[in-house]
Every structure is written in C-alpha cells, then in structure tokens.
Design a protein around this ligand. Structure first.
Ligand SMILES: [Zn+2]
Ligand SMILES: [Zn+2]
Length: 335
C-alpha cells in the first residue's frame, strides 16, 4: 500500500510499504479521510518528537476491513475513528484517570504508523464506532474535537457566562460551537483574518475582535469587567499575555494552543493574585473521544464550513512541507 512516511526531519515522501496485518487485539482500517494538522507540520520540521521512520496522520476515520482473533466488539464493515493517543494503562497517571499525562504515551501518526496511508492499524481499545451513514470527512474531526472537549471541560464555563477565544484556526472555530453548547451566553473570537471572523459570527459568535488591532482594549469596550473564561487557542506568547489581561476578576484562563517550547511569557503574579485568576491548561484528549464521536455522529457540529479543501494521498508530502494557505481552515486527505 502507499503511505506518507517521515524518515527524517524535512524528509516526507510517499512510499510503497506492506499492508499491515492486525495483531490479536487490532483492527485494520481502510482510511477514508485523514485531517492535516498543525502538529504534522511541527513533526515534519522536527519540532515535535516522533519515532522515525513513521507514517504521519492522527486525525483519521475509515472502514474496518479485518480484525484480530481477540477482537470482540467491532466487526468488518464498521465505520470507526481511532483515538491516536495510547496510554499504558498501568502507570500512576493512568490509574489516577489522567491517561493524557501517561509518561509512556504512544500515538498513532506520531510514534506508530498513522492515517496518511491506504490502511492503518488501530488497537480495538482505541477504535470508536461512528454511524454507518456518517460523512467520512466528518469522522476525521473526532481527534481535534476530542481535544477541544477536554479544554471545554477544564474551562468549567459558567452557564450564561462570557467566553473569549483567541485564535481563529480550526480549533478556535470548533471551540466557538462547543462553548455555546456548553452554555456560554456570549462567545467572542479574536483572530487576524476577516474571513475567519465572519465564519465565527456565522457559527454563533456574538462578536469578533481583530487580533491585528488592540484586541484587549476592544474587548474592554464590549466587556468592561473582562470575560469569565478566556481560551488561548493561537499558541503564541502575545495571546497568552492577552488572555490573562482579558479575564475578569475571578475568571479562568485555559492554555490550549501549543506555544513553541523555548518561548517565555512575562506574567504579573500580582495581577493573577489580585484577580484570583484560575490559570489552567488542557493537554490532549483524556477520555473524551467517545463524546466527540457522539457529537459528530449526532450531527450537532457544523463541520462542512471548516473543510477548505480535499487532497489526495499523493499531495500530502507537499502540503505538510509547505506553509498553510492563508484563509484555508482544514485540509482533509481522502486516499
Ligand atoms: Zn491534530
Ligand atoms: Zn500510563
């Protein structure tokens, strides 16, 4: 079969590899769709640890075509998505119900072969069933939605409260929908691109801020006391600083965007203290994959608006190696 293999930083190419054979507890999935994620570009550039060589692609869905001898709960023909993050199940973090913090975590499309291929192996325990008639492109959103759901859980949005989302990429836009469903009274999204601000409004945002301007002052005109919850989804130091300044007294800041490892932010402990801010972070998707599949299977998210372009497997290396096209939100590969 064909697979997009990362062999060294900067070296990603289509290769002919053997079609994987399921072990006793695995299912073999024929990939129908796999989203291209910012993390794929980080892995390509060597900015995020991987086990090389590896087939990238951690946001996939497809059809089960073979099952291992001990697989009992999933049959051939089922449409599934695979939770890429595989925790050991034995360590102190796993036993405490925090598998996202497992020090032995492995991940499909990161440390083991992923979904930028014709077929991918998924342990049965990682596979989540999707409705048979679901648009396969939507199934590829289970992973990003599951991570966003964890951030929404961590945020504990007060019913009717105000939520500011910093960053208008696919994550920020999914967060607009999830925050409203979680009971936010008003969601305000800040981003530089006007097309994304318009889309956020269509998805239900009460207002949008131009991140190129002074977003903190503009927000102060809308919410003089600040926001109940600010979710940092841009992954840059400027927005981490803005998030702290935008939160109201007694408010919550959730760090979600991945800021480059060596970046630092100057924060004011005095401001944190006197505002009694709850400064939180949300990493990966602990125990949220089934709920993400439930939301997607229940068609309660507007996902079509987030898909900018479909590409073929052969185009994956070039797209991952290149910079995202301005204005595009999500690319999805269909083999
Ligand atoms: Zn991703
Ligand atoms: Zn563990």
């Amino acid at each position: 079969m064909l697979a997009a293999r990362l062999t060294a930083p900067g070296q990603l190419a289509l290769e002919e590899v053997a079609r994987p054979v399921p072990g006793p507890c695995d299912v073999l999935v024929r990939v129908e769709a796999c989203g291209i994620c910012g993390s794929d570009r980080h892995m390509f550039r060597g900015e995020f640890p991987t086990a090389l060589p590896v087939t990238l692609g951690h946001e996939f869905s497809g059809i089960v075509v073979a099952t291992g001898a001990d697989v009992a709960g999933i049959g051939v023909g089922a449409r599934v998505s695979g939770d890429p993050n595989i925790a050991c199940g034995c360590c102190a973090q796993c036993r405490a119900g925090r598998p996202n913090l497992c020090p032995a975590l492995s991940a499909i499309g990161v440390t083991r072969d992923g979904g930028f291929a014709e077929y991918v192996l998924v342990p049965e325990a990682q596979a989540v069933l999707l409705p048979a008639d679901l648009d396969p492109l939507h199934g590829a959103f289970c992973e990003p939605v599951s991570c966003c759901l964890h951030a929404i859980d961590v945020a504990r949005i007060p019913r009717g409260g105000s939520v500011v989302i910093l960053g208008g990429g696919v994550i920020g836009l999914i967060m607009v929908e999830l925050a409203l469903q979680a009971g936010a009274g008003a969601v305000i999204l800040s981003t530089r691109q006007s097309a994304r601000r318009a889309l956020a409004s269509d998805l239900g945002a009460a207002a949008t801020l131009d991140a190129m301007g002074d977003a903190v002052s503009t927000l102060a005109e809308l919410l003089p006391e600040g926001a109940d919850v600010v979710m940092e989804c841009a992954g840059v130091t400027e927005t981490v600083d803005q998030a702290i300044r935008m939160a109201r007294r007694g408010g919550t800041v959730v760090l979600f965007g991945v800021v480059p490892k060596d970046d630092r932010v100057l924060i004011s402990p005095f401001e944190l203290l006197t505002k009694e801010l709850r400064l939180e972070s949300a990493w990966l998707n602990p125990l949220t994959y089934g709920r993400a599949a439930g939301l997607i299977g229940g068609r309660v998210l507007s996902l079509d608006r987030l898909i900018s372009r479909r590409i073929g497997l052969a185009e994956v290396p070039e797209e991952v190696a290149g910079d995202p096209v301005p204005g595009e939100i999500k690319l999805v590969m269909t083999p």
